[in-house]
Design a protein around this ligand. Sequence first.
Ligand code: IMP
Length: 425
Amino acid sequence: MKNTIVVGAQWGDEGKGKLVDVLAEQSDLVVRFNGGGNAGHTVMHAGETYKFHYMPSGMLHNKVCILGTGVVINPKDLLEEIQSFTDSGHAPKLKISARAHVIFPHHQLIDEKGGGKIGTTGRGIGPTYSQKASRINLRILDIIADDAITRIKDALRDVKDMLLADEIFTEETFQQYCETVSAEYASYGNQFKPYVTDTEDLVRIATKAEEAVLFEGAQGTLLDLNYGTYPFVTSSSTLAAAAFVGGGAIPGVPIRILGITKAYTTRVGEGPFPTELGGDAATNLREAGHEYGATTGRPRRVGHLDLYALRYAIRISGIQELAMTKIDTLALVNGVKACIGYKIDGKKIDYFPADAPTLELVEPIYTDIPDIADLSKDEWKTYQGKSKADLPESIKSYIKFIEEFVEIPITILSHGPERNETIVF
Ligand code: IMP
């Protein structure tokens, strides 16, 4: 199968960046299809650490990388990212959809003011997508247009009353904002011109030529706007299906859907997290896994592996196989369990609650996980190219147990941040 969609199967931060970097080697085109600068994809290669907020994680392989229509873009941040990537000696082969929506500073100001109760990343994601849905936002094609300044001023006039009512600006500061931001964004538009194109057509042509297209999802399935733990979700669709809408994947063309899960669970921001750990156990796991947000630096909430939530994510996203990351971290800490069901008022339930307050109340049903063998980096490497049956007993039985519960195979195991710390079965 030529085409692959990679999505997070938890609440984000599953290690998609690293896996996309690994898979990009055999791909011709890498396409991001949702989210914006809220994503933080970390890729380590040859001793260097790269943090991509916008650029697809296939960049390091010098592949053509696309920011699709479903992505929302802060041009200033993206230009900085392009610049620092260029400064580090790379030549980004980046293409940006003319239809992608633009994040303006006022979106960020609205987010900073109102995003606290969700614990957003403060990158303006929600306000941009909501103005997109209200049909009053600007797209990349607007800021690269010859009359960009007029288009930006007109669009700002449409949201003026709202910005004043929300006390984002006063009459006076709004006028200043209008002048500076329209000139600034028109200038970003000019710098963007070489990158902007009809990206869906690039995907179509590549697919027709039987090239391999890799679709890179941001955030995780449980943060999906429609099926996640609403309202504690992001404002885009994070499911594999979003690759068709926001990335130009073509329905009917065979596609592999790979979900990424950690060997335990983490979450950033507010919202239900049934298997969350507290106290020393949480501190130990957080430190062992360096669980701090790539975008905001916030300490991540950490917890037991929630197989019940994972199975839900697999079902709603249509995930066909799993890559499991951070198995090496799990081996460092003892006492992490697997959740195999939820109870409410002492009674086992057979659904994943749609209602966040109900999900807050569930009591996880746990099963103990035997301690996973703590292998050194060199020992791990001896398993490259081997089959699952060759793995140490504790890891083999842990994988088998998960596969039986979630009813799909684990086909990739990641045991460290570097590209070569990956076992593909
Ligand atoms: P927003 O996407 O900034 O609006 O934030 C909404 C929720 O999604 C918050 O709980 C964020 O912490 C979470 N979130 C957004 N992007 C990511 C990500 O890339 N990884 C993990 N959590 C994220």
